[in-house]
Design a binder for this molecule. Structure first.
Ligand SMILES: CCCCCCCCC/C=C/C(=O)SCCNC(=O)CCNC(=O)[C@H](O)C(C)(C)COP(=O)(O)OP(=O)(O)OC[C@H]1O[C@@H](n2cnc3c(N)ncnc32)[C@H](O)[C@@H]1OP(=O)(O)O
Ligand SMILES: NC(=O)C1=CN([C@@H]2O[C@H](COP(=O)(O)OP(=O)(O)OC[C@H]3O[C@@H](n4cnc5c(N)ncnc54)[C@H](OP(=O)(O)O)[C@@H]3O)[C@@H](O)[C@H]2O)C=CC1
Length: 296
């Protein structure tokens, strides 16, 4: 068994219909593909109908699963409602939602126009609460114990410069996750989140890790586990969180980042110290301790 294999048993998502926003590309596509392999019905949506159509065809062929798509800008409530209506029309009901659509790019914040900030915040935060609110109302009205999975980031908690609109918006999504997890628990609705570290996708790499940066940067040095994530690792966790296996978990955010977020640890700079240096340091500390000891 390796980390690149599917983790849940066959049929783990049987009889569930799951909407994956941004499911035509990147991590959304990988999650959608794995949900199909586990027996779910899947609806993918995003702005680009041609991309969605190609992904739906590819995943239908590779998994034999039931998938449909609807073009939708998550910033528009009527389009969000159309996705939900189409999902119900096609599959009878909706059980799960993965809020995965996002917009992001690196930039010094003072260079951003108001519109640039609005664009990111609207896709990430507004898009997420529109979808969650629309489905939540439907679930409560129809007494369905739905599940929401929000894809956030580690900097939703730590904050981060140069991606400030995304950080503000993802932090809002995280707070929504926890707040609604409590409020809607009485309806049996669960909400959880994943905070991924770097998982190579074209969407993220083009906008956050362009060539200019890639030349100066090493994931091996930055990430304690010395690699980027594999899409199946994220899909495994997502499938668990959207499945009934996680029935007792709500309001949780799980970090999946090879330890990247831990780099703030105050003494982590000691990573650079060699064994010989440690011998010398140990002697110095012990000798200082001996000298400083109070005589009995
Ligand atoms: C360390 C290792 C890491 C490794 C990776 C670690 C991962 C970190 C975690 C987070 C990851 C992600 O979210 S990754 C997700 C990345 N994927 C995406 O972003 C996919 C979707 N993105 C997009 O479609 C576009 O990039 C986006 C700009 C967001 C939206 O497109 P739209 O067509 O809606 O908007 P536009 O009209 O083009 O632009 C709207 C305004 O934004 C401005 N704008 C656009 N790009 C700009 C830019 N680069 N710099 C300044 N301003 C910009 C425009 O000038 C407009 O403002 P005005 O000029 O005033 O009109
Ligand atoms: N890759 C990584 O390392 C990390 C990713 N993440 C998160 O993972 C998720 C997926 O990102 P990733 O796969 O890397 O990147 P992608 O760019 O592949 O995914 C983003 C998706 O969002 C969709 N989207 C963008 N704007 C809208 C909109 N207005 N309405 C509907 N859909 C929209 C895009 O489709 P379209 O253009 O057709 O609308 C696209 O499919 C995001 O939430 C991201 O923040 C978090 C941490 C790290």
């Amino acid at each position: 068994m390796t980390h690149t294999e599917g983790m849940l048993r066959d049929g783990a998502l049987e009889n569930k219909t799951i909407i994956v926003t941004g499911g035509g590309t990147g991590l959304g596509k990988s999650m959608a593909g794995y949900f199909l392999r586990l027996g779910a019905n899947v609806v993918i949506c995003s702005r680009k109908a041609d991309v969605l159509a190609n992904t739906a065809d590819e995943l239908r062929q590779s998994t034999g699963g039931r998938i449909t798509f609807v073009a939708c800008d998550v910033r528009k409530t009527e389009e969000v409602e159309q996705v939900i209506a189409r999902a119900i029309e096609t599959f009878g009901r909706v059980d799960g939602l993965v809020n995965n659509s996002a917009g992001n790019f690196i930039s010094p914040t003072e260079r951003l126009s108001y519109k640039a900030v609005d664009t990111i915040v609207d896709i990430v935060l507004r898009g997420t609460y529109y979808f969650t609110l629309a489905l939540g109302k439907y679930w409560i009205e129809n007494q369905i114990k739905g599940t929401v999975l929000n894809i956030v980031t580690t900097y939703a908690t730590t904050g981060s410069g140069w991606v400030v609109p995304s950080a503000m918006a993802k932090a809002g999504v995280l707070t929504m996750t926890k707040s609604l997890a409590f409020e809607w628990a009485r309806h049996g609705i669960r909400l959880n989140a994943i905070a991924p570290g770097p998982f190579p996708t074209k969407g993220a790499w083009d906008r956050l890790f362009p060539e200019e940066l890639a030349r100066k940067f090493s994931f091996e040095n930055r990430i304690p586990l010395a690699r980027t994530g594999d899409h199946q690792e994220l899909a495994n966790l997502a499938a668990y969180l959207i499945s009934n296996f996680s029935a007792y978990m709500t309001g949780e955010v799980i970090t999946l980042d090879g330890g990247e977020v831990l780099s703030a640890g105050q003494f982590n700079f000691l990573k650079e110290v060699t064994d010989d240096q440690w011998d010398a340091i140990e002697d110095q500390i012990k000798s200082a301790t001996r000298t400083g000891k109070t005589p009995e």
